[in-house]
Design a protein around this ligand. Structure first.
Ligand code: BGC
Length: 477
């Protein structure tokens, strides 16, 4: 029977386990930087605007330059990781984060700021792939799912950290230049990632692929009981032989299409169902409800905390109930909550009881995202592609995720300016409903199934009812 991450933590009495967990936590700092650097601008923007006198268009350019950088980073990250190694690429991206953040804090003019946000974005795109990749290659198979969720947990903590830093450096304490400290603070976790990674070894799988088998054996013997090491090296060698036959263009071949459809479909749906508009629109909604500044700050932090807590719940559940149930409950709940949220804005006035129902639906929407589509998307794209195409498959899916993120951030405000909030949130609700159907008909259960079984599920399109198969499979092992 497979043990969950939580069980393993509770029983972590072997040094091997401790080493894997430390390595996973350090690698998950990629997630912290991903969350922090995407989250911090929402609070900083209004002061940047005061410093440089921005038009609405330029505000959007400042906000979204990080997403453009992330698209490029995601697209190239997989191949760079194969060429230079996971460790060296992480070290390089921590330098990008460090230089980008410090430089943003010191920017003499707007274009330097925009360019450096793009540079930081490159790091974010690479981080979105390299964190899960490194963790999945270090983790023993039985806890790969739960350890993989650590990255998303750190994304949510990064967003929460951004809220906190925005509050600490708000102008009431520092004047308008507070934004420089907000953006510059990103250099601190960048150092933590770089220094931590410096002391970690390269992934054993990459070492084997690059004919450094003895080093791979050394690394594995620090993380596994002795008897497991030889067997694992053999498996990696076998897979790596097969892998060398694959190439990125194979992603376009028909047999890979079902996996690619799931990767790209979930990537786009994760964004167009609106998580980032809710996360960053929250303060405005809270103020509209009539909450004062302090109360709406607490409301916003509360939403960030719910995001973190429900991700922890998902870590506990993912190896017990499976991916499909979490996704289906998650996206169904999001759809209902977006319906209510739109209704709150449709009815006249957001005050009184309507205001609080609207607030509750916003918090529950985030809870449903955090238990399903948030973490499960990133996990699935590390599971559904055949091993030899995993890097490229993850890269392409992540690229579509960042592209959809950019699309939403460039259009949502105009949508609500033109048609009002109610139509805006209902539109997100329709996409969320499409996600329910997409998950039901297309997404396979991967819990307790080998990669070969997952591949054939996708080929045969035997997706409906796959949750029962998954549960059977996991209860048998
Ligand atoms: C998404 C991000 C989002 C975050 C919120 C991630 O899974 O990809 O766009 O900001 O979750 O927790």
């Amino acid at each position: 029977m497979s043990l969950s991450f939580v069980d393993r933590l509770a029983n972590a009495d072997r040094n091997h386990d401790t080493f894997v967990y430390i390595a996973a936590v350090i690698a998950a700092f990629n997630g912290l930087l991903f969350g922090f650097d995407t989250g911090v601008v929402s609070g900083a923007l209004i002061y940047i605007e005061q410093s440089f006198g921005l038009s609405t268009f330029m505000e959007q350019v400042v906000a979204s330059s990080v997403l453009v950088g992330a698209m490029v980073g995601a697209m190239t990250g997989g191949r760079l990781a194969d060429r230079f190694g996971r460790r060296r690429l992480t070290l390089a991206s921590s330098v990008l984060f460090f230089v980008g953040s410090l430089g943003m804090g010191l920017s003499p003019n707007l274009w330097t700021l925009i360019t450096l946000r793009g540079v930081t974005g490159l790091g974010v795109g690479v981080a979105s792939i390299i964190g899960p990749l490194y963790i999945s290659e270090m983790a023993p198979p039985d806890v790969r799912g739960s350890l993989g969720f650590l990255q998303q947990l750190m994304v949510t903590l990064g967003i929460l950290l951004a809220y906190g830093i925005n509050y600490i450096f708000a102008p009431q304490f520092l004047g308008v230049v507070g934004w420089r400290w907000m953006l510059g603070f990103g250099a601190v976790p960048a150092v933590a990632l770089g220094v931590g990674m410096y002391f970690l070894p390269e992934s054993p799988r990459w070492l084997v692929e690059n004919d450094r088998v003895d080093e791979a054996r050394d690394v594995l013997s620090r993380m596994r009981a002795r008897e497991d090491v030889d067997e694992e090296i053999e498996q990696i060698e076998e897979v790596s032989e097969r892998e060398s036959e694959g190439s990125a263009t194979e992603l376009l071949e028909p047999w890979i299409r079902p996996a690619l459809t799931v990767g790209i479909g979930l990537a786009v749906l994760q964004q167009i169902s609106g998580i980032n508009t809710i996360l960053y629109y929250a303060p405005t909604i809270l103020t509209n409800i009539g909450l004062g500044n302090v109360a709406s700050l607490f409301g916003t932090v509360g939403i960030g905390v719910v995001n973190v807590v429900m991700t922890v719940v998902a870590i506990y559940l993912v190896d017990r109930v499976g991916r499909r149930p979490l996704l289906l409950v998650g996206v169904s709940g999001m759809t209902v909550m977006l319906g209510i949220l739109g209704l709150g804005f449709y009815l006249p006035g957001l005050s009184g009881i309507i205001g609080y129902v609207t607030l509750a639906s916003m918090i529950l929407y985030v809870a449903f995202f955090a238990i399903g589509l948030g973490p499960v998307f990133w996990l699935l794209i590390s599971e559904i592609f055949p091993l030899r195409l995993r890097g490229s498959g993850e890269g392409v899916s992540s690229f579509f995720n960042w592209s959809a993120n950019l699309l939403v951030s460039l259009t949502f405000l105009s949508l609500i300016q033109r048609f009002g909030e109610a139509i805006g949130f209902w539109t997100l609700g329709v996409f969320s409903l499409i996600a329910v159907a997409f998950v039901y008909f297309r997404v396979p259960e991967t819990m307790g199934r080998s990669l070969e079984e997952i591949e054939s599920d996708l080929q045969e399109n035997t997706v409906v009812g796959a949750d029962e198969k998954g549960v059977e499979a996991s209860s048998q092992d």
